[in-house]
Design a protein around this ligand. Structure first.
Ligand code: IPD
Ligand code: CA
Ligand code: CA
Ligand code: CA
Length: 263
């Protein structure tokens, strides 16, 4: 049986080293490229961070497989065995433009079950971490189980694409949600938005399309604090696919899903 606390402690030490390298890099000139479109950025630091993490995982856990956003891992078609899902820099646009509001994210799954989740807010030196069944933490602070709030006292994060027309979802449904809540936010780093829901800084996070490395770690944290996580249709999230994502405190989740999204 895998020793998850040892695996977590190794992953933490690698994430801290990677974070320090990223902080040091602020004084260097970044090499910035575009991927699928001009706004989809990747830098040398995204690639170097992924390569560093993968080299460490391969060295200590050669039998584990790795899915990394920048493609330096394996070709992963199933979650059989132990799979590390890595987003080396989540919030690359923030990293480039703001040097803040980005994170390193690692989710570790065994046969499709989330076992270890780590999200490191590099600039604030805040590591959100969880081992399945052992609770979720922010640094040394144990995150309490989430307590529900009424919708009119909720602060929710929405990816700004919700205001645009799109094929997948009737974006008009979100206007009454935005009106009903106390406030909306958009941080531009999905993994931090998951970490903020897990730590009660946000009451919900809604976004129209995320990839596995954007939610792999966050789902593990949320499970530990009793949050609900589905697609915007209220369906189970496909861990290896693109999904719409709706994560929230349980009561908020069911109110929005039933009363506003008509599911
Ligand atoms: C992006 C961020 C962003 C989300 C995008 C992601 P990246 O990740 O999480 O908040 O809206 O969908 O692709 O590319 O910066 O790792
Ligand atoms: Ca990216
Ligand atoms: Ca990402
Ligand atoms: Ca990324």
């Amino acid at each position: 049986m895998a020793n998850w606390s040892k695996i977590e402690s190794d992953a933490k030490s690698w994430i801290y080293t990677a974070g320090e390298t990223i902080r040091q890099s602020f004084q260097n000139v970044l090499q910035i490229q575009s991927k699928s479109n001009p706004d989809d950025l990747v830098t040398n630091m995204d690639k170097e961070t992924e390569q560093f993490l993968i080299s460490k995982i391969n060295e200590i856990y050669p039998e584990h497989r790795i899915l990394g956003e920048e493609g330096f891992g394996h070709d992963i078609q199933s979650l059989e065995g132990i799979v590390w899902i890595v987003d080396p820099i989540d919030g690359t646009m923030n990293f480039v433009h703001q040097q803040r509001n980005f994170a390193i994210s690692i989710g570790i799954y065994e046969d499709g079950v989330g076992q270890v989740g780590l999200i490191y807010d590099v600039v604030h030196d805040e590591l959100y971490h969880a081992v399945r069944g052992k609770g979720a933490f922010m640094n040394d602070y144990k995150l309490p189980d989430l307590k529900d709030v009424p919708l009119n006292q909720a602060v929710i994060a929405l990816n700004a694409t919700w205001v645009m027309e799109n094929k997948r979802f009737d974006h008009n449904l979100l206007v009454p949600v935005a009106k009903a809540v106390r406030g909306t936010r958009s941080y531009g780093s999905a993994t931090l938005e998951f970490a903020y829901v897990a730590s009660g800084r946000l009451d919900a996070y809604i976004t129209l399309r995320l990839a596995p490395w954007d939610f792999a770690a966050g789902l593990i944290l949320l499970e530990e604090v009793g949050a609900k996580a589905t697609t915007l249709d209220g369906e189970k999230i496909n861990l290896l696919g693109q999904n719409s994502i709706f994560v929230a405190k349980k009561g908020i989740h069911s109110t929005i899903l039933k009363d506003y999204l008509n599911k």
